[in-house]
Design a protein around this ligand. Structure first.
Ligand SMILES: C[S@@+](CC[C@H](N)C(=O)[O-])C[C@H]1O[C@@H](n2cnc3c(N)ncnc32)[C@H](O)[C@@H]1O
Length: 280
């Protein structure tokens, strides 16, 4: 249901099946994090963080063979609102956002709902059981709100399409696969990469960061300055080198002491670096 500037979403309520949970978006002024935590818990039919993680030991071994780490933890809704605000990644001036290692897709769903200016929001996830939990939840959301969303689902891909007030189409996509194959990341205003890379894959991460477009704003799990091939070029700038070739320059943005509530540090929050790509 759309009403003025606010859209009301219905989320089936597992604890009280006769009464759906209602959340109102856009929430930039609204942001009731407790309500988002509860409603996402019901939508995803699981808890937050490691308690709600469906990963199997087989998936772990497969990922290790691919040089990936399935280390898991989620940025909580209040943390997501903070990282998207004007002092950090400033989603209000972006049209595209990509989450590399999107887990169950909670972060991209919240971003999509909170920022109507984001026309395209994309996530990619290597752990199939997490990807499928996201697929299932987005199907439930679409089925409960048929006047708002069109959905298409294939084996390794889901797309939600929403018609916005000016009749333009907004798209949320999730893929099952490796983040190194995410073409949308190369052309995105914001890239979130709250993902652990084993040391042998870190040079590939440097190459990937170098391939983003100029002015991309990124959030990283790793401290960029500690990655191989990263050389300081000023107080708040670094060069990214690969095979002794200088590939890109990045500038640190956002307060250095910003902390974002996460499932493993809900009160004090975890620090993530935020960077802006300056040049190739
Ligand atoms: C710490 S979780 C982040 C979840 C969510 N983005 C958030 O910030 O709340 C990192 C996710 O990245 C995924 N991942 C790790 N390596 C990956 C790769 N090479 N390609 C795609 N996903 C990957 C993991 O399976 C995990 O679900």
């Amino acid at each position: 249901m759309k009403n003025g500037n606010t859209m009301t979403l219905l989320i089936p309520n597992d604890e009280d099946p006769d009464h759906a949970i209602q959340i109102n978006y856009p929430t930039q002024s609204f942001v009731d994090n407790d309500l988002i935590v509860t409603s996402f818990k019901s939508l995803y039919r699981s808890n937050w963080g490691q308690e709600g993680d469906p990963r199997t030991s087989g998936e772990n071994e497969q990922a290790e063979q691919q040089g990936a780490s399935l280390l898991f933890g989620e940025i909580l809704p209040s943390g997501v609102s903070k990282l998207l605000d004007k002092q950090h990644l400033d989603a209000s001036t972006a049209t595209t956002l990509v989450d590399l290692g999107c887990g169950m897709s909670k972060l991209i769903l919240q971003s999509f709902l909170e920022y109507p200016n984001l026309n395209k929001v994309v996530g990619i996830e290597l752990c199939r059981s997490r990807f499928l939990l996201g697929v299932n939840s987005l199907k439930i959301l679409a089925a409960a709100n048929p006047s708002i969303f069109n959905i298409s689902v294939k084996d390794d891909f889901l797309e939600l399409i929403m018609q916005s007030k000016n009749n333009s189409l907004r798209i949320l996509r999730i893929y099952f696969g490796t983040l190194f194959n995410c073409k949308e990341a190369l052309d995105s205003d914001i890239v979130i990469c709250q993902t652990n890379f084993p040391s042998k894959t870190q040079p590939e991460l440097i190459k990937l960061l170098s391939s983003f477009k100029i002015n991309t704003r990124i959030l990283l799990y790793h401290t960029l300055r500690d990655l191989p091939g990263v050389i300081p070029s000023g107080a708040d700038t670094v060069y990214l080198n690969f095979n002794d070739e200088r590939l890109a320059e990045y500038k640190q943005i956002a307060p250095m002491d910003s902390h974002f509530p996460t499932t493993w540090s809900p009160i004090n929050g975890a620090h993530f670096d935020c960077w802006l790509k300056l040049s190739s």
